[in-house]
Design a protein around this ligand. Structure first.
Ligand SMILES: Cc1ncc(C[n+]2csc(CCOP(=O)(O)OP(=O)(O)O)c2C)c(N)n1
Length: 361
């Protein structure tokens, strides 16, 4: 006997195309203010990104992972969350962190090497950003499982990259999430590269979204440079989670326009032609085209937003740079409520060199 046991679909969603035109049937209901807010945070993310790159080149910032090109994926997804929902971000997620309420000055401090920058304020339901690729996936699912046990009607969003989708941490987390029907949204920002490894070498699967099927929950691929589509798919996933219907994988098909980090040179592994094809799909420019044609905002208002966001970023930079110098012991302080002996001795060892660290000797 031979028969087909199951068939699966992997949907794709685009609402706003490269010309700035929307599919009216799919367009979510947004007020003019909501669209303006979306745009403002996307511009703030891009401005902060540009400023941080310059600061790094001037020696005023540590290694930084730019978000340029991924603003729609970050802003559209996190906007679907409420205050009580949790976000587990990755290092590149400044747009998501801003939306979740993380003060920009703290984000800047973190990338300046100040551990206190990731001491997330109590009223912000976000875990500190994690550098270990995919390490946030089990944490996020654990939090979602806990929420379910406590009957908290919340959703947890786990943000990660295409490279992270090849890690065991992701598979283990996704498996648990499926089995325990956890209220989690796996938000994969497929920016086409994991440092120099292209998506084609990352996985033989046609989409990352389809990986969800193996774990027993739905996956959808969205145009990650279309803030409306990202929002729509993320909101559906978040509402499914809150309603007790389990996890969803949302793959945002996007592009990292800049280098992987300030220590990378992307021109060594990808062509100018490839980058310029993606520049045509720029998420910020696309939203601008829409806003102008739909009379949501004028060019003059856009210029005002550019000036006010630059102002906001400069204020945050001043705040970050004028923070009191950190104690060398701080890198240990935020790890455990009670510091284990092993860490105490490492801290004491480091403290002996503190003068050197702060340039006092
Ligand atoms: C466990 C682990 N292995 C390797 C690294 C080094 N590393 C940092 S970022 C990165 C690529 C991650 O790519 P992806 O998940 O696609 O996210 P992206 O950086 O492109 O946003 C690697 C290999 C790391 N931080 N953690």
């Amino acid at each position: 006997m031979e028969k087909i046991l199951a068939r699966f679909d992997v949907p794709y969603l685009q609402v706003l195309n490269e010309k700035g035109e929307t599919d009216k049937k799919l367009m979510p209901k947004f007020s003019k203010d909501a669209i303006m807010k979306m745009y403002e945070v996307m511009v703030l993310t891009r401005t902060a990104d540009d400023v941080m790159l310059k600061l790094q080149r001037e020696g005023r910032m540590g290694t930084y992972a730019p978000a340029r090109g991924q603003e729609a994926s970050q802003v559209g997804s996190t906007l679907a969350l409420r205050g009580e929902d949790w976000l587990f971000p990755l290092y590149r997620d400044i747009g998501s962190m801003i939306i979740k309420g993380m003060p920009l000055s703290l984000i800047l401090r973190y990338f300046r090497g100040d551990e206190r920058g990731m001491c997330v304020p109590r009223n912000v339901n976000m875990f500190p950003t994690i550098i270990t690729v995919a390490g946030q996936c089990p944490h996020a699912v654990g939090a979602a499982m806990a929420a379910k046990i406590r009957s908290d009607k919340i959703a947890v969003m786990c943000s990660f990259g295409d490279g992270a989708s090849s890690k065991g941490d992701f598979y283990e987390a996704a498996n648990f999430a499926g089995v325990f029907h956890s209220p989690v949204v796996f938000l994969c920002q497929n920016n086409q590269y994991a440092i120099s490894v292209p998506r084609s070498s990352q996985s033989a699967a046609e989409t990352i979204a389809q990986k969800a099927i193996a774990f027993g929950f739905p996956g959808v691929q969205v145009d990650g440079n279309d803030v409306f589509a990202v929002y729509k798919a993320s909101l559906e996933a978040v509402e499914r989670a809150r309603a007790g219907k389990g996890p969803t994988l949302v793959e945002c098909f996007t592009y990292r326009m800049g280098d992987h980090t300030t220590s990378d040179d992307a021109s060594r592994y990808r062509s100018r032609e490839e980058v310029s094809e993606w520049v045509k799909k720029d998420p910020v420019a696309r939203l601008e085209k829409y806003m102008v044609s739909e009379n949501v905002m004028t060019g003059k208002e856009m210029k005002e937003i550019a000036a006010s966001t630059l102002n906001e970023v400069e204020k945050a930079v001043k705040e970050a740079e004028s923070a009191p110098k950190q104690d060398a012991g701080d890198i240990f302080r935020f790890m455990y409520a009670e510091m284990p002996k092993r860490l105490q001795s490492q801290r004491d060892y480091l403290k002996r060199f503190e003068g050197d660290i702060n340039g006092k000797r």
